[in-house]
Design a protein around this ligand. Structure first.
Ligand SMILES: [Ca+2]
Ligand SMILES: [Ca+2]
Ligand SMILES: [Ca+2]
Length: 421
């Protein structure tokens, strides 16, 4: 039972829980180990003056982020190729890629790697620039309205890079964990592997030893402490409420000023990120193998059982919620909580699905494949890559697909070309 930073560090079917490799627990069984410390409660001080209002920022939409927007629907405005694509190019980094790519308005493909680096790759597959952080990158790049690239690192920092150069505009340290780099519970508590998510006003949300809101100038807006690490990319409701899961098994709703609105207890770690429907329904998975649908007030609408941990984030389209499970199946669940269909891949699914403009689906699996499914669940095509595909694929306007793999490569897949390698 060695220390671990993620499931990747654990052999066989064990998962990384609080820095230790453990066998997945059946739902409802408490994991072994010491009891967590009592909750930190922030109480208003009697007689204290009201907090100063938080600064307001102009509303300008971000260029790109994990799950494509702060509601995290995974819904692409573009159309997946109908024919099976080929590998157009690959870019090899120095480590496995679990980060999900982002495409900025200038066409650059941004990706983080376990070699600690953030890469900006041109549309022809050549390197534009790279930036080395101090530890592994699990986080996915987000691109602000002005082209600034935000990336988190296991070195406990959130970086804002560019937009005019490959240098950081600012670096924000999340938490004050004594051991910043390496693996194990102490070193991973303040890892910045959640999102980041950019709000409509440019405020950046991420996790670590709690949920963080960071102003566009790199100053702390607020921090909400949790009893477990937050790896779940925060999602935003229309009213600005921030939703994130934690390894303390709770799903949190935090007001735009950083106060707790409610929490909801699941049976295990919540590393999945929430997706928010048009009606404000919150869909999120848990390691207790359930997909939850919560009302905006935090009450349970329904829970749907799958056969494995849910680390992927749900996608939403056409009244259907799509989520991959560690039981190797992609589930299509209607918004009333009934099963529509499932599709079985060859291994665990950690990759979050994309829904294209016509309702087709795209996701990766640890069977090393990228799958495209028809809206009714039939296989359209699959492409084999060189390793696990835990990265969530994205789709460019011209139909090019970008995705990372454990074989250290960023792939550009394109239909209607002859394979270049
Ligand atoms: Ca760390
Ligand atoms: Ca837990
Ligand atoms: Ca594999």
């Amino acid at each position: 039972m060695g220390p671990c930073g993620s499931d990747k560090d654990c052999k066989v079917d064990r998962v990384c829980d609080a820095g230790r490799c453990v066998w997945s627990q059946p739902p409802g069984v408490a994991p072994p180990g010491p009891k967590p410390p009592p909750p930190q409660v922030v109480r208003p001080v009697p007689g204290a003056t009201a907090p100063l209002p938080l600064p307001q920022y102009a509303v300008e939409p971000a260029q790109a982020m994990f799950r494509f927007g702060p509601a995290h629907r995974g819904r692409s405005p573009f159309v997946l190729p109908s024919a099976k694509p080929s590998v157009w190019w690959t870019y090899t980094t120095g480590g496995p890629i679990t980060s999900s790519p982002a495409v900025s308005d200038d066409g650059s493909v941004l990706i983080g790697s376990h070699d600690d680096k953030l890469y900006a790759i041109a549309r022809d597959g050549s390197l534009k620039w790279q930036y080395a952080t101090g530890d592994i990158i699990f986080s996915s790049p987000a691109v602000g309205h002005d082209g600034t690239v935000y990336i988190g690192s296991d070195d406990d920092h959130l970086y804002a890079i560019g937009p005019k150069s490959d240098r950081p505009r600012w670096v924000f340290q999340v938490g004050s964990c004594p051991q910043r780099v390496g693996i194990g519970p102490e070193a991973s508590k303040c890892d910045v592997d959640a999102g980041p998510t950019i709000g409509p006003d440019g405020v950046i949300y991420t996790g670590g030893d709690g949920i963080y809101a960071i102003n566009p100038d790199g100053t702390l807006r607020w921090r909400f402490p949790t009893n477990g690490h937050v790896a779940s990319a925060p999602a935003l409701l229309a009213d600005g409420t921030v939703i994130a899961g934690s390894q303390d098994d709770l799903i949190y709703a935090i007001t735009p000023t950083g106060q707790k609105r409610w929490d909801f207890r699941t049976g295990a770690d919540v590393e999945s990120s929430a997706s928010v429907g048009d009606d404000g329904t919150i869909y999120i998975g848990s390691d207790d193998r359930k997909l939850y649908a919560l009302n905006p007030d935090g009450t349970l609408r329904w829970a749907f059982n799958t056969g494995g941990d849910l680390r992927a984030s749900p996608a939403l389209g056409n009244g259907v919620v799509y989520i991959g499970s560690f039981d190797a199946q992609l589930y299509a669940v209607r918004t009333d909580g009934t099963l529509y269909w499932t599709f079985r891949a060859g291994d665990r699914i950690l990759s979050s699905a994309l829904v294209d403009a016509k309702g087709a689906l795209l996701f990766g699996s640890q069977d090393d494949r990228v799958y495209a499914l028809e809206p009714e669940g039939r296989l359209r095509w699959s492409v084999e890559l060189g390793g696990d595909v835990d990265s969530s694929p994205i789709l460019a306007a011209d139909g090019t697909i970008f995705v990372g793999s454990d074989d250290k490569k960023l792939y550009a897949l394109r239909a209607g070309i002859s394979a270049s390698r």
